[in-house]
Design a protein around this ligand. Structure first.
Ligand SMILES: Nc1ncnc2c1ncn2[C@@H]1O[C@H](COP(=O)(O)OP(=O)(O)OP(=O)(O)O)[C@@H](O)[C@H]1O
Ligand SMILES: [Mg+2]
Length: 310
């Protein structure tokens, strides 16, 4: 059994779980504790250095200008499988523009984007199959009910209707939407619309989930529900890339944090790494963030050595 699994191929993911692939297709995923020692040892040998993590998303020298304004300026990001990555930056920093290019909604001027291996620009359909994108303004259809919306999404993905129905029911339950499953979305609050959009994004079981400010507009209850769903997803090895202005959420949930300003990566690392800079040991993420974005043009050089600047 182990031999056949090894023959099928293993991709090490971040510290909690491991995914099995056969002919580049995701087969199953298991928590590390559920693996036999042989498989675990093999996985460790494949991921023995930090550089050997297979990237979920590799963005290299991405550039996007609107007329003569450069919104994304030579940005490179390397996000690991199974990682919860928070992309932070002030208004207008280029977060949404970057994520829209990753999602294939905006054509970059230059640079490359690879999602779980394949070049997303060369094969956008393959990349989209393993990705989900939830924009900051949820796009759902007012005339549809949540269940109809999910049926529609399932059709777009050519999902087996029985599988889709089971997943739709489970997701609606998970997000507390079951009792509104038959109501038209047009009367829904922003928070409910956000939750419907999230259920639609998760329906096809994406491996990389891109969320642009998913918790904005949610009050404490739904926000907590949303966070717990995201935590559960990461625990199964799914990669989440999220922008947020709620720094407390990034502080508590993210494995690593990237801070961008003027379309460029200013600092990147786990919270502890960001705190490693002089005088930062006891600072909150908010204080560190303000310090990073406050230095503006000189930031990358000024921060070198204090944080993992790309
Ligand atoms: N379609 C567009 N046409 C012209 N300029 C644009 C376009 N989209 C974005 N921009 C500009 O690019 C810059 C980056 O915008 P972007 O939406 O990526 O920022 P952001 O980091 O997501 O900001 P926020 O935190 O406010 O969401 C901004 O100056 C914005 O005005
Ligand atoms: Mg934005």
């Amino acid at each position: 059994m182990i031999c056949s699994v090894l023959a099928a191929g293993i991709r090490g993911v971040h510290s909690r779980s491991i995914g099995f692939f056969y002919h580049n297709t995701f087969v199953l995923q298991r928590h590390k504790s559920a693996l036999s020692e042989d498989v675990y040892a093999y996985w460790q040998s494949m991921t023995s250095t930090s550089d050997s993590f297979l990237p979920a998303l590799n963005v290299s020298n991405l550039v996007k200008s609107f007329d003569d304004f450069r919104a994304v300026d030579n940005l490179s990001l390397n996000i690991r499988q199974g990682e919860f990555y928070a992309l932070l930056g002030p208004n207008g920093a280029g977060k949404t523009t970057t994520l829209r290019m990753v999602a294939g909604l905006l054509q970059p001027d230059a640079g490359s984007i690879a999602v779980l291996g394949p070049d997303a620009r060369a094969d956008p359909i393959a990349a989209k199959r393993i990705m989900a994108w939830v924009p900051d303004e949820p796009m759902i259809y007012d005339k549809l009910t949540p269940i109809e919306y999910l049926e529609f999404i399932a059709g777009l993905w050519s999902m087996d209707p029985n599988v889709a129905q089971l997943r739709a029911v489970a997701l609606l339950e998970q997000f507390g939407l079951s009792k509104h499953a038959g109501d038209r979305c047009q009367g829904f609050s922003k928070g409910m619309r956000q939750k419907v959009a999230l259920t639609g994004a998760l329906l096809h079981q994406p491996q990389v989930i891109i969320l642009d400010e998913p918790l904005t507009g949610l009050d404490a209850g739904p926000a907590r529900q949303g966070k717990s769903v995201l935590r559960e997803l990461v625990a199964t090895g799914v990669t989440i890339i999220m922008t947020t202005h709620i720094l407390e959420v990034a502080e508590r949930m993210a494995d690593r944090i990237g801070v961008i300003g003027n379309g460029r990566l200013l600092a990147e690392g786990a919270l502890d790494e960001l705190r490693a800079g002089e005088g930062r040991r006891d600072q909150t993420l908010e204080e560190i963030f303000l310090q990073i974005v406050g230095v503006d043009e000189s930031a990358p050089d000024a921060l070198q050595g204090n944080t993992a600047v790309a």
